[in-house]
Design a protein around this ligand. Sequence first.
Ligand SMILES: [Zn+2]
Ligand SMILES: [Zn+2]
Length: 327
Amino acid sequence: MKAMVLDKPCTPLRELELPTPQPAAGQVLIKVAACGVCRTDLHVVDGDLKEPKLPIIPGHEIVGHVAALGAGVTRFSIGERVGIPWLGRTCGVCRYCLSGQENLCDAPGFTGYQIDSGYAEYTVAQAGYCFPIPGPQGDADVAPWLCAGLIGHRALRMAGDAESIGLYGFGAAAHLVAQVARYEGRRVYAFTRVGDRQAQDFAISLGCAWAGASEERPATELDAAIIFAPVGSLVPEALRAVRKGGTVVLGGIHMSDIPAFPYAIIWGERVVRSVANLTRRDAAEFLALAPKVPLRSRVVPMPLADANLALERLRSGQLTGATVLIP
Ligand SMILES: [Zn+2]
Ligand SMILES: [Zn+2]
């Protein structure tokens, strides 16, 4: 099979011809139909995340079809369409796994980070961590749901019942969260880089009530804000925009340092919290909700061999929506 492989951080992926993997007991072999390119892939490739298996085949927004079943797998049948998210395995015995917080597992394995994954024609995955994806949506349209959508959904849940919600960084995750938030009757405020009219127009076209630069302030105070951009200086910006008792949710896995800020802007029981990974329950909830919205992805399909170009476009912020690699 063809695969795009990272040998070591801060080097380009190499296109290689590798043996097609075989599913072990409890695993499924998936023929990849589409794999989204997530900012976390960029953090793996750029060495911001320190614990990759190397070499690694990245990718954790995979949609594909079951091509073979490992021993003991009865959950799926051959040909069935499934999705594979970031959470690739958990230990099942730590205090987090035993208390409904498997996203915080002490000994997890993450797809495309410790587990070879979707920047390839085939991949194997633990059957218990894959999800059926029925429905008419195209493979490439669904791919961004598997991380941008899922993590966005978990971040939105952490924002509680906020009626007015700010989204900082209007990329793959925010464009999906905005649609879910609108479906739930919330008002959405989109914050982008200064002068990014394309992203601001896109946000308004999705029903956002306001769109502007991160340093700007809408006329109303926000009940909550979610920061998807990996930019620590946005934390005090967002704190200044939320009301007393409001929450600022940090939706990324990596962020530049947060600058010192005056106590006064977090005073008033404002809360700052991160969102880490996902649970399988999050995935089941979100994948049931998405078709009801109905969620529409803005997708830029690219051939698998162009993975380096896709990553470079994400790195330089030239994207509106989500890039998806097609093997
Ligand atoms: Zn665990
Ligand atoms: Zn991701």
